[in-house]
Design a binder for this molecule. Structure first.
Ligand code: UT7
Length: 333
């Protein structure tokens, strides 16, 4: 039976590192508060002349190299991002061009922090259906560009970066076992960025010549409400994906979670009976890189040589929308 396998992994983090102490110089916060409440110690920030597509291109190039492939071997590029270079064209089309590709399809996915998990589910379905043999899937974000740097409730939480995988469809055991996705649009007001610029929302109505609303973006979040919902729903979705694909909790080797808050990660790991050593942890160094966080966490344990052939990985994420989901993968590389 045709299965979708991860055959290459890559990641890229912008050079500039901003520590909690650096942040405390611009907003009323402290290293102690950020560490204790979130587990974050630093985050990477995109350079002034860089774009999300640049981060994505670097991560994608590393994943291709890791797979031993060139861009000409790829049938499609999918980029999960909530911080595209422009409203259009898609960031994926720019990445295709920057990598030297042409002709094959390229498109973006928007499911905020769950973008990579959604993307893996979507691409896996298409590949099982026989549409593509090899796909480059990337999660890439420049969250620093849509933060209100005066709002300590949100600006301390996020960072920039990109992670990528090359997927191959082949008649071989292992690979993506399956996925579960959810969304509940009624929670929109708890986590959103409604003034995103450039954006096509009514807030940016350029026909109203009096408005200067077409301006800065701002993530807004009711943190503790999101926290509670995330812990509950992630606890449910990890059980659901195990049940759906008949995988026992005891078979799990790795949790590769979205990196929003160490306390949320620990709650999910506890629910699954996993030890700290079985959790891919990058939140301390990367903070929350939204759609990039799951592939960057995967890249981290992969490059450290910790992931072994045959091991079972559970990927999960929770996002604005609210949109959440999980993927099960049997490592076959
Ligand atoms: O990726 C998408 C999913 N996102 C998430 O999953 C994020 C979920 N939420 C969280 O991770 C946590 O709720 C936060 C880290 C955002 C906040 O932690 P909390 O324990 O829920 O704190 P809180 O919002 O209840 O705030 C506690 C206090 C407040 O002060 P008062 O009202 O008790 O006096 C805040 O004003 O901490 C204050 N506070 C800060 N103090 C110093 C909030 N942010 C900061 C800050 N530095 N950066």
């Amino acid at each position: 039976m045709m299965q979708t396998h991860i055959i290459g992994v890559g990641g890229y983090l912008p050079e500039h590192v901003m520590s909690n102490d650096d942040l405390a110089k611009v907003v009323d916060t402290s290293d102690e508060w950020i560490r204790e409440r979130t587990g974050i110690t630093q985050r990477h920030i995109i350079a002034k002349d860089e774009y999300t597509s640049d981060l994505a291109t670097r991560a994608g190039a590393q994943a291709l190299e890791d797979a031993g492939l060139s861009i000409n071997d790829i049938d499609a590029i999918v980029v999960a991002t909530t911080t595209p270079d422009m409203i259009f064209p898609s960031t994926a089309s720019m990445v295709q061009h920057k990598l030297g590709g042409k002709g094959f399809p390229a498109w973006d996915i928007q499911a905020v922090c769950s973008g990579f998990v959604y993307g893996l589910a979507q691409v896996d379905g298409m590949m099982r259906g026989g549409m593509f043999q090899r796909v480059l899937l990337i999660g890439a974000e420049s969250m620093s560009r849509i933060l209100d740097w005066q709002d300590r409730n949100t600006c301390v939480l996020f960072g920039d970066g990109a992670g990528a995988v090359v997927l191959e469809s082949r008649d071989d055991e292992g690979g993506i076992i399956g996925s579960v996705l959810h969304c509940d649009g009624s929670y929109r007001d708890l986590l959103l960025a409604k003034h995103a610029h450039p954006g096509a929302s009514p807030h940016n109505n350029r026909l109203d010549l009096n408005t200067d609303a077409a301006g800065v973006a701002a993530v807004e979040m009711k943190g503790n409400e999101v926290f509670r919902f995330a812990v509950t729903k992630l606890g449910e979705v990890v059980k659901e994906v195990l049940e759906k694909y008949d995988v026992q909790q005891s078979e799990l080797d790795w949790l590769v979670p979205h990196q929003a808050n160490i306390r949320i990660l620990n709650a999910t790991a506890k629910k699954l009976g996993l030890s700290t050593e079985q959790v891919a942890l990058t939140v301390a160094k990367h903070a929350n890189t939204s759609a990039a966080s799951v592939p960057l966490a995967l890249n981290d344990i992969y490059r450290a040589g910790k992931v072994k052939k045959g091991q079972v990985l559970l990927l999960e994420a929770f996002a604005g929308g609210f949109a959440w989901g999980a993927n099960l993968v049997r490592w076959s590389k």
